[in-house]
Design a binder for this molecule. Structure first.
Ligand code: NAD
Length: 492
């Protein structure tokens, strides 16, 4: 393996024993052996009579089985959402709608530990992330949009807002509960009802959210949560009685959805893939920048649409940055996601791990130099060592295509114009990062980088008040903030 032969650095990622284990307890959560479909306020057996397993990617053990909704099940959920829209939700005073959304947020906070454990067991992300980022941010989205429910006249001054009707919402596996919150909270605040389909590998927190929604006494049918894979998603997108598709996932599926709804009245927001550039100038505080780069790509195993997967370093500090990056890589702990010391957890599925390995091979075949700290990964489960590629060509597949794993490509640049051109030379345009001491440089780049979000001297910061979304093949529409209300209303 290139880069590991002459590795003289101390290896840490197989030696988590340097730290006393600090495992979170599985008993903080109760996972049912089987989950049905959440339709009209009740858990209903699927008409398909089929179920599929959801596993823990860190141990490959089955956690539970969930219903596999067919077209008839999707229809039941859409009918329930339509009835709830007509009979209850659209006519409910906005203040009352807001109260329900607040209630959901508060119960999520009360059950935060349980949700974090389920998220980590089902998805493989480190418990530290589920506990400190995913779950609180998801609850915050409900709090934030609850506040907007009765203030839409201030969000859209001098305009009348009407809800769209029934929203069909489809989400991916990288931030399961957070993506559900991004979708459901603004839809409810604006008076729409919802049918949500989580990803097939991470359905459990969405189903726990269904329990929370029931506990919050939300009127039946306002939120319906159905499980299944691509066919279920497709049946939802193609259902005649939905008014809006909100999709987060791959660009490939986004294109299929766009074709499917062409010529219909369905509105859509598509939040798709990314290949973000993270740019370090020679005047940047380098240690801080390196920490930001590590956070930007290795956070959540690189399963982040806005992951800073392409690093551009100004030539004069390249060697320094590379050494610092390699040093820091040595200290990262890869392993049991339930251990609070773990930095990099499990890759979400066997299929995704195979996809990452495919790109590691492609990178080497393309002539790039691969570096991984040479530790031993856990024998069971789906794990990938953090990887960096140097000597990378701008046109190479590893620098152009989304890998969606803990893999970083590194290139150099000399001038601002050169790096702007290189950063924008991508089919994607979701996010970017800039590290420099100069405010003027930040403003120059933020106006020229074709990316929906540009972070300056930080990375991967999210807040419910701030909009998020992309350009080009990263999709269209914005989620979060005031902007996140717009896709759910007709403005008159
Ligand atoms: P995916 O596109 O394979 O699946 C996403 C969802 O779509 C899943 O629920 C899946 O079951 C469903 N689906 C699959 N085929 C479908 C079809 N034909 N019709 C309708 N639904 C269908 O994506 P993934 O692998 O789950 O997630 C990773 C991708 O998501 C990455 O590309 C990542 O960049 C992207 N992502 C984007 C954002 C963003 O905000 N832009 C956020 C998170 C993830």
């Amino acid at each position: 393996m290139a880069g590991t032969k002459n590795n003289t650095l101390k290896l840490k990622f197989d030696t988590a024993r340097d730290y006393a284990p600090a495992p979170e307890s599985k008993s903080a959560a109760t996972i049912q052996p089987r989950y049905d479909l959440f339709i009209n306020g009740k858990f209903e057996k699927p008409l398909s009579k089929k179920y599929f397993a959801t596993i823990n990617p860190a141990t490959e053990e089955k956690l539970s089985e969930v219903a596999d909704a067919n077209a008839a099940d999707v229809d039941r959920a859409v009918v329930a959402a339509r009835q709830a829209y007509n009979k209850t939700w659209k006519n409910m005073p906005a203040k009352e709608r807001g109260k329900y959304i607040f209630r959901i947020a508060r119960i999520m906070q009360e059950r935060a530990r349980e949700l974090a454990v389920i998220e980590t067991l089902d998805g493989g992300k480190p418990i530290r992330e589920s506990r400190d980022f995913d779950i609180p941010t998801a609850a915050n989205h409900f709090f934030y949009y609850a506040g907007w429910a009765d203030k839409l006249e201030y969000a859209f001054p001098n305009r009348q807002t009407n809800p769209l009707g029934v929203a069909g919402q489809i989400i991916p596996w990288n931030f399961p509960l957070l993506m559900a919150a991004w979708k459901i909270a603004p839809a409810l605040a604006t008076g729409n009802t919802v049918v949500l389909k989580p990803a097939e590998t991470t359905p459990l927190t969405a189903l726990t959210l269904a329990e929370i929604i029931r506990e919050a006494d939300l009127p039946p049918g306002v939120v319906n949560i159905i499980t299944g894979a691509g066919e279920t998603g497709s049946a939802l997108v193609n259902h005649k009685d939905i008014d809006k598709v909100a999709f987060t996932g791959s660009t490939e599926v986004g294109k299929i959805i766009q074709r499917a709804i062409a010529g219909t009245n369905k509105k859509a927001t598509l939040e798709l893939g990314g290949k973000a550039a993270n740019i370090i100038f020679d005047d940047a505080p380098l240690d801080q920048a390196v920490e930001g780069v590590i956070n930007g790509i290795f956070f959540n195993q690189g399963h982040v649409c806005c992951a800073g997967s392409r690093l551009y370093v100004q030539e004069s500090v390249y060697k320094q940055v590379l050494r610092k990056l390699k040093d820091r890589l040595e200290t990262l702990i890869v392993g049991d996601p339930m251990d609070k010391n773990t930095d990099i957890g499990a890759i979400n599925s066997k299929q995704q791990l195979a996809n990452i390995h495919k790109y590691l091979k492609i990178g080497q075949q393309e002539g790039a130099e691969m570096y991984q700290p040479s530790g031993v990964l856990p024998k069971k489960g789906f794990f990938c060592a953090p990887t960096i590629f140097t000597n990378v060509a701008q046109s190479s597949r590893i620098s152009q295509e989304e890998i969606f794993g803990p893999v970083l490509t590194i290139q150099t640049f000399r001038t601002d114009d050169e790096v702007i051109e290189k950063a924008n030379n991508s089919p994607y345009g979701l996010s970017a990062g800039v590290w420099t001491d100069k405010g003027s440089k930040i403003f120059n780049l933020t106006t020229k980088l074709r990316a929906g979000v540009v972070w300056a001297n930080t990375y991967n910061q999210f807040d419910p008040t701030s909009p998020f979304g992309g350009y080009k093949e990263s999709g269209y529409g914005r989620e979060g903030g005031l902007h996140g209300l717009t896709p759910y209303v007709n403005l008159i």
